[in-house]
Design a protein around this ligand. Structure first.
Ligand code: ZN
Ligand code: MN
Length: 480
């Protein structure tokens, strides 16, 4: 029998706000001591009142609009009750009855073409703390730095049907949320986490099979492996009766390459959702709504089209640069200074992106001042710095954002020599020192000229226009 896979995703994304969702503690505890960024509110002490961080609602709305959702203009918070040591209040403040965004649509593209994935809802909620297990001491410590760090949970409809589609969907979410600058979405940093709800059914059947939820995948690759494993497990159970499938939550173990039962799946009723009386409903008035709408970025496809039609870039170049908002911004700033979209795109793709690739950095990690890149491009196109030396300057600019290309070129001897007298002197000295190469060239060996050219360029430290050097070289040999 042939089967089809039905997948829905719950994606938790950490919002890039400075402070937590209901208090003013820092939301960023990287490098901090355990329990450094905590206060009575985020530790769930009795009597503390939460105050909604407006920026969280801004970002929640932005995310909703990027994913084509309707925004609930009155959005409310609810308590989700469960007990776990990393949740001091024994309930999570989340949204159940009126989440910030509903009914969205995200378009993905795979080898099978384009497909729309419906978004059921996006809700805002607080994160839980972290349990740190110490094997030597045989104890478990609790770190509350992460409690109340703002999250959005993006819940899709069960519209996905393969690991390839899941990957395309997650990449699309990442791109859109990064364009809007609401989140980092880096699975390796835990700022994007994904739970997979999966079931299978005979092809063409409209009845859903038994659904399992999988957690604990730390990369897109792990998610793909987990999905393939789970599909095979479900089919094996149905075809060969190896086990009875039950609705449950399973933990993926990427080292063992297997999923393990964690607990039978809770239903919404188990969580006893009820409106949180401590958090006032958030009413989004027209002015607020419109200001968020106006702050949305150009969508990647719109940008790509504009780069092609307005800036005259080729389709490939436009596609490459619009992969990341960080690349787009660097390119646009460089273009504004050097005034040549072609040069700016060329430097972005053949130099900037290859440095990022070589350093195994993501495009979003680019931290280069685009205006300074534009200045560097101008130095090259004005014939002030040779291309090879310009690359060295760019490498230095990656290390230090404060480097001014022109001053740096000057200080490091990367300025092209306009003193042709000096070039002639170097050429004469090189020719005098290698009479064999000169004779070889005169005897018809073209390669000998390239060797002489290379030696002259080295002597000049790359600071000479190659065409001018070649002309002087050929003319000087002719006079010998
Ligand atoms: Zn706090
Ligand atoms: Mn959640």
């Amino acid at each position: 029998m042939r089967y089809e896979t039905v997948i829905g995703l719950e994606v938790h994304v950490e919002l890039a706000t400075k402070s937590k969702i209901f208090c003013s503690c820092s939301a960023h505890s990287y490098g901090a001591e355990p329990n450094e960024h905590v206060c009575p509110a985020c530790c769930g002490m009795p009597g503390m009142l939460p105050i909604v961080n407006k920026r969280v609602v801004d970002y929640g709305m932005k995310a909703g609009l990027m994913l084509n959702c309707d925004i609930n203009r009155t959005t409310t918070f609810d308590k989700k009750s469960y007990y776990y040591p990393d949740l001091p209040a024994a309930y999570q403040t989340t949204q159940w009855f009126a989440p910030v965004a509903v009914n969205g649509l995200v378009e993905i593209e795979t080898s099978k073409g384009k497909k729309g994935i419906r978004i059921k809802q996006i809700h805002m909620e607080e994160d839980a703390g972290k349990l740190v297990h110490d094997i030597r001491e045989d104890t478990t410590h609790v770190d509350f730095n992460r409690t109340s760090v703002p999250l959005i949970e993006i819940v899709s409809q069960p519209d996905l049907s393969s690991a390839e589609e899941v990957e395309a969907y997650l990449e699309r979410l990442k791109t859109l949320l990064r364009y809007a600058k609401v989140a980092e979405c880096e699975m390796a940093h835990g700022t994007m986490r994904c739970d997979v709800n999966l079931s299978i059914r005979p092809e063409g059947s409209s009845k859903l099979g038994v659904r399992t939820e999988m957690k604990n995948m730390n990369s897109i690759e792990a998610i793909k492996r987990a999905i393939e494993y789970e599909i095979a497990r479900h089919i094996d159970a149905l075809e060969n009766g190896t086990e009875v499938l039950v609705q449950e939550t399973r933990r993926w173990d990427d080292i063992k390459g297997k999923s393990f039962s964690m607990r039978t799946k809770e239903t919404a009723g188990d969580y006893r959702y009820f409106p949180d009386p401590n958090v006032m409903p958030v009413v989004i008035d027209d002015a607020w709504f419109e200001s968020i709408k106006a702050s949305l970025p150009e969508f990647p496809e719109v940008k790509r089209e504009r780069y092609i039609t307005e800036y005259g870039l080729g389709e490939y170049d436009a596609e490459q640069i619009t992969k990341s908002i960080a690349l787009c911004e660097c390119f646009e700033d460089a273009f504004a200074v050097c005034k040549s979209a072609k040069d700016a795109a060329n430097w972005m793709i053949s130099e900037v992106m290859s440095i990022l690739n070589a350093r195994k950095m993501t495009y979003d990690m680019l931290d280069l001042d685009g205006k300074k890149l534009g200045e560097l491009i101008l130095l090259v196109s004005d014939g002030k710095v040779g291309r090879a030396n310009a690359k060295k300057i760019l490498g230095a600019m990656f290390e230090d954002r404060d480097i001014e290309p022109a001053a740096y070129a000057e200080a490091n001897g990367y300025v092209m020599s306009s003193d042709m007298g000096k070039v002639e002197e170097v050429v004469k000295a090189v020719l005098a020192s290698d009479t064999k190469a000169v004779a070889d060239y005169k005897g018809g060996k073209e390669k000998a000229l390239m060797a002489l050219f290379g030696r002259c360029m080295k002597e000049l430290r790359g600071n000479c226009d190659p065409q001018a050097l070649k002309t002087i070289l050929v003319e000087t040999i002719a006079k010998l």
